[in-house]
Write a protein that binds this ligand. Structure first.
Ligand code: SAH
Length: 497
């Protein structure tokens, strides 16, 4: 059940001013750097830190969870809030569990391993509800049953390991510590596919044997920057891509040979893993962006395949592909359920990536048009339509906020859609796009979001222009991390304003 408070009443105004009052009382820090204080953690922050109040002043504490009583050291204070480091857990929260990963606290990859999975899910649901209500002005009561993961470990099909040298001068790979670029050594990550360990260790051994240097960020020297792996969990296809600060990798034929021999899964219930693509990605820029634009194949055709439901997808290293295949299927099934296609509909799938949602819906629609900004992903989308013998799809390369208004203008306003799906990156949709979507008068809009705050902002825009929020569902794609994925269904209520 969803009420739209901006339309239905004045309660929202009351909530907003209450919030302002609370903020007004917190203008001064009541503690200073290096103070040691005791706090009861009352909530999670939007990035998974614990929040504790010291005489009304907010302190963010990494690795603390609601209902923990903790001793902390204040690190930094600002006018309205500060940061503190966890020193001791005086009384553990009943939701606290032992992390499975020995480097969980140092590593920036997971933020919530010390919190029970059930509690993570409750928090994610609460976060979506809170954003929709506070930012969007809705009053969401019941959401559709949350889709939590059966096994919230080893679920990721994509890993990006930075490669570097540790303090002792040893070559290592792992993950960045939170908010820094120091590498926490770890090849056996508990949320990654188990095959990564063997692959990454084979590459490190090759680099040691042939004296191939890791990239040195400070001096913009050395060669190997990142190891990227992808696994098609349904097909068993594996891709290995080395991101290099150069245009060639010495002895690459030897590496390819070693990689092709290194995989034995030992997990009988899964399809046998097989490396189908080994490639180099050229990134010679002084940048934090992991991937460069150029791909050089060492083995295979430069892509792997995976299957979600009955649809086969071809995936290139530069294309976006959901990282959690089991949950992706459930997410797309929700999109299909919300779209409730009868067979005759025209669908626009905006931010379509390699056409994953497009093809899922094309099985039940008259026509699906997809729009995506990464040209390689659009190429993959077209190939994917062919691969699945789907002739009712069309894909456009470009920014959705440019392509869709252009197409609408070209059609002199006759471009209409029955259903629009939106699946933008965290920053949400550009207003220019939303404006055109409203003009296309779809009966239904299905919004897939990885950021509840921008979701709430965009839904407000649409609900002020003739749409009503009907259904909301959280689908957990990112167990152990603070990231939240949700799907919303909007119905058109009024004629275009
Ligand atoms: N629906 C797809 C992809 C979702 S991720 C899936 O489920 O797999 C978001 C996608 O939006 C990425 O592929 C990204 O490349 C693309 N993107 C980012 N900004 C864009 C923009 N302005 N216009 C169109 N696509 C964009």
């Amino acid at each position: 059940m969803v009420f739209d408070l901006r339309k239905d009443g004045t309660e929202m105004g009351k909530n907003m001013s209450e919030e302002k009052n609370v903020k007004r009382g917190m203008e001064q820090a009541v503690c200073k750097k290096n103070d040691i204080v005791t706090l009861t953690i009352s909530a999670f922050s939007s990035e998974g830190e614990g929040i504790g109040k010291l005489e009304g002043y907010t302190l963010f504490v990494k690795d603390a969870i609601p209902d923990d009583v903790v001793k902390v050291c204040v690190m930094k204070t600002k006018k309205r809030y500060g940061y503190a480091r966890l020193l001791e857990i005086i009384e553990p929260s009943p939701h606290r569990v032992e992390p499975r990963c020995p480097v969980a606290r140092q590593c920036g990859g997971c933020q919530l391993q010390h919190c029970s999975y059930e509690q993570q899910i409750l928090w994610k649901e609460e976060k979506v509800r809170e954003c929709l209500n506070r930012i969007g002005g809705f009053s969401v009561c019941d959401m559709d049953l949350v889709l939590s993961m059966e096994e919230p470990y080893h679920y990721r099909n994509k890993a990006q390991f930075p490669v570097g040298v540790n303090k002792e001068g040893r070559l290592v790979a792992g993950f960045y510590a939170g908010r820094t670029h120091s590498i926490i050594e770890n090849t056996d990550c508990v949320i990654q596919h188990p095959c990564n360990k063997v692959i990454v260790e084979a590459i490190l051994q090759f680099m040691r044997d042939y004296k191939i240097p890791a990239y040195d960020e400070k001096n913009h020297a050395g060669l190997v920057r990142h190891i990227l792996t992808r696994v098609g969990v349904a097909t068993g296809d594996v891709m290995v891509c080395l991101v290099i600060n150069g245009t060639a990798l010495p002895h690459s034929d030897i590496l390819a040979g070693r990689l092709l021999e290194c995989l034995h899964t030992g997990r009988a219930e899964e399809p046998e893993l097989q490396i189908k693509s080994i490639c180099l990605n050229v990134n010679q820029e002084k940048t934090n962006v992991i991937l460069g634009k150029q791909i050089k194949n060492l083995y295979g055709n430069g892509f792997i395949e995976d299957r979600i439901g009955d649809v086969i997808y071809r995936i290139s290293p530069l294309s976006f592909y959901q990282v959690n295949p089991m949950q992706t299927k459930r997410l797309y099934e929700t999109v299909l359920e919300y779209a409730d296609l009868q067979g005759g509909e025209v669908v626009w799938d905006l931010y379509c990536g390699i056409g994953t949602i497009s093809l899922f819906l094309a099985q039940k629609a008259a026509k699906v048009c997809g729009v995506e900004i990464v040209p390689q992903a659009v190429e993959d989308a077209k190939k994917n339509a062919e691969l699945n013998h789907m002739t009712n799809t069309e894909f456009f390369a470009g920014a959705a906020e440019e392509v869709v208004p252009e197409q609408y203008q070209k059609s002199h306003g006759s471009l209409k859609a029955d259903v629009v799906t939106l699946d933008p990156p965290r920053k949400g949709c550009d207003e220019k796009l939303l404006q055109t979507v409203v003009q296309m008068e779809p009966e239904k809009i299905v919004y897939v979001s990885c950021d509840p705050a921008t979701l709430a902002r965009d839904l407000r825009y649409l609900c002020d222009r003739g749409y009503g929020l009907e259904r909301v569902r959280v689908c957990d794609m990112f167990g152990m991390s603070y990231h939240v994925e949700s799907v919303c269904l909007l119905h058109r209520r009024e004629k275009r304003i």
